[in-house]
Design a protein around this ligand. Structure first.
Ligand SMILES: [Zn+2]
Length: 374
């Protein structure tokens, strides 16, 4: 497995630069029977207000208060947790257990969660990371499962309608929350994942550190953000405006739950038939086509079959339109981290690297002084 494939998988990247639509796929999809697509919302929905004003939309708190919170967290020595951990709205002190995450640290990505959702994290438990030091780095499946184990036990979502499972986290935020939990787990600054490079501006050394707040993302262009409906958390797009003769289409945000259930479906399919052909392009589009994919084997099988029929019913134009839409509405985690150069003040970037091993993310097996060299 190449470094790039590994990173793709860790960061949950879904769109491969080379994975563009080719002739063969177009003709394969040019079977046009049913014209019914991913569209259940013909009614006009109002563009939602999503830009920050004098208050922080994500946490619904005045900006000043959010600043105060940050200051408080710094005073309490939480700056070592990547300047990122918040306190609750009442300024309650932070204990060892669950702590609230100030949603403003998600930046523009907070738009993709309802206002009433509150995230809480706790340090990774020994149970969740027990096997971490022994994982096979080449086996992305295993890494995936351990990552999910950590999120499952250390992340919770509170909403006005009660708690929601961790799987509702958007796909692109997985690595962010993992690093956040990591920073809380090792809050005294131990176990830094860092490396040094030269500043492209002033040539001095910069130490890059892999932290939640150093991650970078590519966002949809501002002019298409009006098509994102915050009340339903869907993208509502009218193909007729782009000369595609199709009714209005709805695209649902990819989530960790959908990713996991789709992966299970793929694994079952390959297990049943070693030669099973899995259409990678369909896999990339699939998470956007439905609000949920069931965990239940039978239901998932039926759901995905139906969605695949839809997908195969698209003519070449519709297919390349959908492909284009997804490339434009996705939040793409970049394989880079950022750091402001302490000497010249320029913002520098560097490729994400694990100087030793991916295992370093949660490897707690060597908190003591190392015995020998093996
Ligand atoms: Zn510099």
């Amino acid at each position: 497995m190449t470094e790039k494939e590994k990173l793709d998988s860790l960061l949950g990247e879904t769109s491969e630069p080379n994975n563009t639509v080719n002739e063969e796929q177009i003709s394969e999809n040019a079977v046009n029977e049913s014209k019914e697509v991913v569209n259940e919302q013909p009614q006009q929905s109002q563009p939602q207000q999503y830009r920050r004003l004098s208050y922080d939309v994500a946490s619904r708190r005045p900006l000043e208060e959010v600043e105060e919170t940050r200051h408080f967290a710094q005073q309490k020595g939480l700056a070592t947790v990547g300047k990122t951990i918040g306190v609750d709205a009442n300024g309650n002190a932070i204990g060892d257990g669950w702590i609230p995450v100030d949603k403003s640290i998600l930046g523009d990505r907070a738009i993709y969660y309802p206002d009433d959702w509150q995230f809480r994290i706790r340090p990774a438990t020994v149970e969740a990371i027990r096997n971490w030091s022994t994982i096979d780095e080449e086996n992305i499946n295993v890494i995936d499962n351990v990552f999910n184990e950590v999120l499952k036990s250390c992340l919770s979502i509170y909403t006005e309608d009660g708690p929601k499972p961790w799987g509702n986290i958007r796909s692109w935020d997985r690595f962010f929350f993992l690093l956040l939990i990591r920073e809380y787990t090792f809050m005294h600054g131990e176990k830094k994942i860092s490396y040094t490079e030269y500043c492209p501006e002033c040539d001095n050394e910069i130490t890059f550190e892999l932290t939640s707040d150093a991650l970078m993302y590519e966002f949809p262009d501002p002019e298409i953000m009006s098509m994102f409906d915050r009340s339903t958390m869907t993208w509502v797009i009218d193909p007729s405006e782009y000369d595609i003769d199709e009714p209005i289409m709805t695209f649902y945000l990819p989530t960790l739950e959908k990713d996991a259930n789709i992966k299970e479906w793929v694994i079952r399919k390959v297990r049943e038939n070693n030669n099973a052909k899995i259409d990678q392009v369909f896999l990339r589009i699939l998470p956007w086509m439905a609000p949920k994919i069931s965990k239940d084997e039978t239901i998932a099988r039926r759901q995905i079959r139906e969605l695949e029929l839809k997908y195969r019913s698209w003519d070449a134009d519709t297919f390349s339109f959908v492909d284009e839409v997804i490339k434009n509405i996705i939040v793409q985690p970049l394989q880079k981290i950022t750091k402001v150069c302490p000497i010249c003040g320029e913002e520098a970037t560097s490729r994400i690297r694990f100087p030793n091993s991916v295992r370093d993310i949660f490897n707690v097996s060597n908190k003591h002084k190392k015995f020998g060299t093996k």
